[in-house]
Design a protein around this ligand. Sequence first.
Ligand code: GLV
Ligand code: MN
Ligand code: MN
Length: 417
Amino acid sequence: MSPTATSVTIDQARLSAEIEALAQISDTPYPSVTRVLFTEADMKARAWLKLRYAEAGLAVREDSIGNTYVRWAGTDLSAAPVGTGSHTDAIPNAGRFDGVVGVLGGLEAIRALQRAGFKPRRSIELVMFTAEEPTRFGPGCVGSRIMAGTMSPEKIMALRDKDGLSLDQARAAAGYSGSVASAQLPKNYYSAFVELHIEQGYRLERAGLPIGVVTAIAAPATLRVQLTGEGGHAGAVLMPDRHDPVLAASEIMLAVDRTARGTGNVNSVATCGLVQVLPGAVNSIPRDVTLTIDVRDIELARRDGMLAEIRQTARASAEKFGVGFSDEVLNADAPATCAPEILAAIHAACDELGLRYQDMTSRAYHDSLFMALICPTSMIFVPSKGGFSHRPDEFTKSEEIVDGVRVLSATLARLAG
Ligand code: GLV
Ligand code: MN
Ligand code: MN
């Protein structure tokens, strides 16, 4: 039996209560959310989520890196399933909707379709991806990168956090073991993948529209620059004798901003969001500076051009100030193009529900960037108040989330047949 989209009802009160409850599992006080990979907060959130899955009668499977799957079996077990899902980790001082809306909204979409008596032909699988956020180990989308097989498991497992712990050690401490390669999914493991997410920008709000349909995801890159000087006593070492890496860092940070503005294209962005200075004392000349730089664009060639220019100017600044230089590209991913047939299914779902929508590119990255490498993929966006995201005042109204879940349910019903 296939439900009409309008016969599916979303339990708005329960979904809102679940989003609020998950927000309480955080290393910073509400409404700020900090849930970094494999910290106590992340592990508590995972345990909490598994209880919600159990309540819904959905059995959980976890892979060797902690990607968590639940499956609603379809009537045709030989058919490739339809996937949905997102992440529940959060960068320091983030909000409570990023990623969470796609996981809890995905769960509610399944529950709503079950309540409506829908019997899917294809199984529907909900995924909570490990470490979409880059906070602890550098690159984002660790779980989906491994699923798509785009980075060697050895290279990923050797990544180290700021305390020198490797990702392999961190996953073992969190209780995950076994071959990392086994977490890779075969191509077309899913017949389709659809991720519900907040927009994290202000285009929907400004257009007065409830739904965005994602046609492409911008190409992200992360560059780490290490600058090494001499350090020493801030009173005793005279200015002509210094090799202060902060001076080179200052020039590099300005160059990062100038490079993105310099393309003359609105889609070029570059950010130096992480600056670490050692030893970090007011009366000590800095010795080591690490800059972590995020560079993105819709066009791969333009993004690569920015990355090359930043690397070149950073090296030149280090030479100018007489400090040591090394750099490393932590990730340089291609943009994703979303699949026309999934866009068509989302459009049809919106039309059926009478919800207006706009096609748009995603400037933020998502696990869908990697799912698009292995199966036809697209995303459903709901508005973000003021476009705020990655900050505690990130906000989407409960009714707006419900609209997104209605579109997700109707899309999953279409795709699962
Ligand atoms: C994901 O969180 C991103 O930074 O785009
Ligand atoms: Mn995020
Ligand atoms: Mn996200």
